[in-house]
Write a new protein. Structure first.
Ligand code: MGD
Ligand code: SF4
Length: 683
């Protein structure tokens, strides 16, 4: 028996934990701790511990499939490539669109945007960051000049005060929870604001339960109290920021007195006061957020407000401080860095910037790109498909499952049905793949080399542990073959992921100094501009990434969510994840150790609401919004605030996104997954 251990990076969340895949006679059969793993020191959460279980699932896609007379028929790779090349070649560039994937490597994301821009000449390239952290990228970039976590996971343990708002860190990024525990052991205090009493709330010194969608009011209220007490960092404000007076004009309004914020949010005045004092007087303090902040029609406003609070208190550019958005998918940071977005090339070089266009044309050896136009976002693509049939006709989706993950599924389904040609490249037959004309079988993380970039901007290696099943191939190989068949032989002549990474490093300033040799085993934090540079775990130490080096205060008024409760739909619905499952469940639901812990969906209802509705625990109820209805078991629990209900979005049997609203943030185009109006009835 031949046993080997292959150190690699977890395929689930953005923490980027390392582990060993245990390979027996060429097949992955277990996960073992990798004690020197840079982020997690060998520790794992359940998803990481069982990340081998889906790899050899009998459900894996093993052959290309082409739909004929409504049924999938197995095809050869040549048949599939030829059909795709012919179809894509027959449409105008602007009629085509591509979705890249935060589940695939940096190299694969880089190739997908190159394929879209250089081969198809379409500006329409995006991925699921749109649904999770597009507000972060847009919001923090306008305030600090860079839209990413400012600090490292490790230095959170140096904080004296950790303020978490809109992130269930201990359940969704459990290994980041370890840094918080270390901070608490050294006397740091944890403040937690969330509508649900989550596992993170259980760790908190101060818990602030609030009604979803009132974040800006809360953050403004805290800032008003800090300023009233003179706790702001006057030196930092004077030397490192601008527009403080504009901020003051808004946050000092009566609407943001603690009494009024308490009425808006439901948080008791005393709790707000204690929180303001802790944040205002503890140094260093850090703010951690995630999708509770970003997934709103005011997502960008929410993000900017978190930055206002930390600039006000001088908590940037040092260990234990910062504004720290925790990224969801394993490689969502990397997919953004690689330019799988409609407005930027890799390294956030704007597509509308003439010198950036020129540089990419030269590097890629093409005389035309997608005309320097900003393309459609995922959410806009779906709206156009549904509402303006004929404008977009042909789509290539790699590693995304919008038929379960996008808001308002009835609308999504209607839109996807309007496509004339759809290609889906996945490791399993998903709800989206089932609607495709061609399905391409991809290799998973354990079957290919590559890199991914975790939430703290650390670029790390993936290493191949086994061959893909059947005829499945790594996404990068599929993209190279298609690029070549469509006439771009030279541009897609890569022999390995390392060769692709070398091109990434050459065209991406923040990755210039990186190479596979340097990334093994600890990875490097970007920016890493030269081969000698040690990487940058903490951003903005001396100055912000703005032309004048100053952080910009952005005064923000609180606005309610797009849909607020009324007589017909009297409750707020919020949605999210649970520790045992991951997103649309394609991988975790095929991992029996995880699936058996949480095999069905549920709706959480506060006992007082349940009593008023006459609903008991475990009873199947009907939850309805203006978009649709689902029947789902009730979980009656005091762990959710009265007036708010929660559904995890993993389950196709109880799809939360039949209910959610596709109202968008006007800048980031992120949907409001965290607040819409719902009614619940007995069946
Ligand atoms: P996933 O289930 O992660 O969801 O939305 P999606 O990205 O659509 O789908 C990724 C797909 O990639 C899966 O089908 C998986 O099988 C496939 N895959 C895995 N590895 C590979 C690979 O190596 N190659 C290829 N080709 N495919 C691979 C996630 C999205 O969902 C996100 S990021 C967020 S944050 C949103 N959150 C959210 C919410 O909070 N509430 C509600 N209601 N909806 C939400 N939807 C969003
Ligand atoms: Fe994987 Fe995230 Fe769990 Fe770490 S915390 S093992 S990266 S799912």
């Amino acid at each position: 028996m031949d046993i080997k251990y292959v150190s690699t990076t977890c395929p689930y969340c953005g923490t980027g934990c390392g582990f060993n895949l245990v390979v027996r006679d060429g097949k992955v059969f277990d996960v073992a701790h990798w004690q020197r793993a840079p982020v997690n020191g060998g520790k794992l959460c359940p998803k990481g511990r069982y990340a081998h279980e889906f790899v050899n699932s009998p459900d894996r896609l093993t052959k290309p499939l082409i739909k004929k007379d409504g049924k999938f028929v197995e095809a050869t790779w040549d048949e599939a490539y030829d059909l795709i090349a012919e179809k894509f070649g027959s449409y105008k560039p602007e009629e085509t669109a591509c979705l890249s994937s935060a589940r695939t490597s940096n190299e694969e994301n880089y190739l997908m945007q190159k394929f879209a821009r250089a081969v198809l000449k379409t500006p329409n390239i995006d991925h699921c960051a749109r649904l999770c952290h597009s507000s972060t990228v847009a919001g923090l970039a306008t305030v600090f000049g860079s839209g990413a976590m400012t600090n490292s996971i490790q230095d959170i343990s140096e904080s004296k005060c950790i303020f978490i708002i809109g992130s269930n860190t201990f359940e969704q990024h459990p290994l980041i929870g370890r840094s918080i525990i270390r901070a608490k052991e050294s006397g740091g205090k944890l403040i937690y604001a969330d509508p649900r009493y989550t596992p993170t709330a259980k760790q908190a010194d101060l818990y602030l339960p609030f009604v979803s969608g009132t974040d800006v009011a809360i953050l403004n209220g805290l800032m008003q109290e800090i300023i009233k007490n003179g706790w702001e960092d006057k030196e930092f404000i004077a030397n490192r920021t601008k527009d403080f007076e504009k901020l003051k004009e808004v946050v000092m309004k009566d609407a943001y007195s603690l009494e009024n914020v308490s009425k808006t949010s439901g948080i008791p005045v005393e709790s707000l006061r204690t929180a303001a004092e802790l944040i205002g007087t503890s140094k260093p303090a850090t703010l951690i957020y995630s999708m509770g902040i970003t997934q709103h029609t005011v997502g960008v406003d929410n993000v900017k407000s978190t930055a206002n609070l930390m600039m006000l208190t001088g908590n940037l550019g040092k260990p234990g401080a910062g504004v720290n958005p925790l990224r969801g998918q394993n490689n969502v940071q990397g997919a953004c860095d690689m330019g799988a977005l409609p407005n930027v090339y890799s390294g956030y070089q704007k597509v509308t910037d003439e010198p950036a266009q020129q540089k990419m044309k030269e590097m890629w050896g093409v005389d035309r790109l997608a005309e320097g136009k900003v393309g459609y976002t995922v959410t806009e693509m779906v709206n156009i498909l549904a509402d303006k049939p004929g404008e977009l006709k042909c789509m290539y989706i790699m590693g995304e499952n919008p038929m379960l993950s996008d808001p308002d599924l009835t609308h999504v389904e209607h839109g996807l049905k309007n496509l004339e040609f759809l290609v889906v490249q996945d490791i399993f037959m998903t709800e989206t793949a089932a609607m495709a004309d061609v399905v391409l079988p991809a290799a998973c993380y354990a079957e290919k080399d590559g890199t991914q970039t975790n939430t703290e901007r650390r670029v790390q290696r993936w290493k191949k542990a086994q061959d893909p099943p059947g005829e499945a191939k790594p996404d990068w190989q599929i993209l190279c073959e298609l690029g070549k068949r469509m006439g771009y032989e030279k541009q897609f002549a890569f022999e390995s992921p390392e060769a692709i990474f070398n091109e990434v490093a050459a065209v991406t300033p923040s990755y210039h100094g990186m190479s596979y040799g340097r990334l093994d085993p600890d990875g490097l934090h970007w920016p890493c501009p030269t081969e000698e540079h040690p990487g940058t775990p903490i951003l903005h130490k001396e100055k912000f990434a703005m032309p004048d080096g100053l952080g910009v205060f952005s005064p923000i008024e609180w606005k309610p969510p797009a849909e607020v409760p009324d007589a017909e739909y009297p409750y707020v619905l919020t949605t999210g994840r649970v520790i045992w499952q991951w997103h649309t469940g394609t991988m975790t639901r095929r991992s029996w150790s995880l699936e058996k812990e949480a095999p069905i969906g549920w709706i959480e209802i506060n006992p007082e609401d349940a009593q008023e509705l006459g609903i008991s625990d475990k009873e199947v109820v009907r939850a309805s919004t203006r978009r649709g209805s689902i029947d789902i078991p009730a979980r009656v629990t005091p762990e959710i605030i009265k007036g708010v209900m929660f559904i995890p979005f993993h389950y196709k049997e109880h799809p939360a996104n039949r209910l959610t609203h596709n109202a968008l943030d006007p800048i980031a185009k992120i949907p409001e997954f965290k607040a819409c109006s719902v009614k619940v009835e007995k069946i």
